[in-house]
Write a protein that binds this ligand. Structure first.
Ligand code: PGA
Length: 251
């Protein structure tokens, strides 16, 4: 069974609304006709501006985080309903930068995934090891744990539609990419855990991206690996030409 690839740009804390409008306007004609799902995850403040331009196009809109509560006294937070009202379809959950700087844990990741799914948003669930953890040889165990906790309470029907992003922390924004073989190996472990949790059919259907210094030069090799179904792109998603080359990695 062949899974449709999915390439998502994670803009992180970059681009004002005006700059976001410019970048998505450039991207729309450039990525047209690609055979992958294309997503841009802008900062909250640019979602509205981007949504108005992306309406009716092939590019879907994503957010980079959300809160797990419906509403209430959570200063500075944004709910799933608020994102949905702007036309957001995907939401990145548990990015390593949120785990590292903002106290995100496997437990809050789980709560956010459950809320996103309840509301009809597609979570892009991030997992991955630090350099120290890789050197200690615990990468497999670590991602197994991250995935098992993240998916607690998620049904098989829901799990099929979730996107997982394997992002080795040591490869994010460092220019150090995991080799295609290293990346595929961990993506295969992740698919294996999904198989244990939900059976072979869900494991075959779920899409697993690689993220961490993916760029126009290495995208083709990474994305042609059997267990890699796309990319979560940081730095290279900020330039229309670079991002398009990744989307059109088949040339
Ligand atoms: P990078 O970031 O492509 O700049 O390494 C990827 C990510 O953090 O999602």
């Amino acid at each position: 069974m062949s899974r449709k690839k999915i390439v998502a740009g994670n803009w992180k804390m970059n681009k004002t609304p005006e700059e976001a409008e410019k970048l998505v306007s450039e991207l729309i004609p450039m990525v047209q006709g690609s055979d992958v799902d294309v997503v841009v995850c802008t900062p909250y403040t640019s979602l509205w501006a981007a949504a108005n331009i992306l309406k009716g196009t092939d590019i879907a809109l994503g957010a980079q985080n959300m809160h797990f509560a419906d509403s209430g006294a959570y200063t500075g937070e944004v709910s799933a309903d608020m994102l949905l009202a702007l036309g957001v379809k995907y939401v990145i959950i548990g990015h390593s930068e949120r785990r590292q700087y903002f106290g995100e844990t496997d437990d809050t990741v789980n709560k956010k995934i459950l809320k996103a799914l309840e509301k009809g948003l597609i979570p892009i669930v991030c997992c991955g090891e630090s350099l120290e953890q890789r050197e200690l040889g615990v990468t497999g165990e670590l991602v197994r744990q991250q995935i098992k906790i993240a998916f607690r309470g998620v049904t098989a029907e829901q799990a099929k539609g979730v996107v997982i992003a394997y992002e080795p922390i040591w490869a994010i924004g460092t220019g150090k990419t995991a080799t295609a073989q290293q990346a595929n190996e961990v993506c295969a472990i992740i698919r294996g855990v999904i198989g244990e949790l939900y059976g072979a059919s869900v494991a075959e259907q779920i899409r697993i991206q690689y993220g961490g210094s993916m760029n126009a030069g290495n995208a083709a090799e990474l994305m042609s690996q059997p267990d890699i179904d796309g990319g979560l792109i940081g730095g290279a998603s900020l330039k229309a030409e670079d991002f398009t080359k990744i989307v059109k990695y088949r040339g």
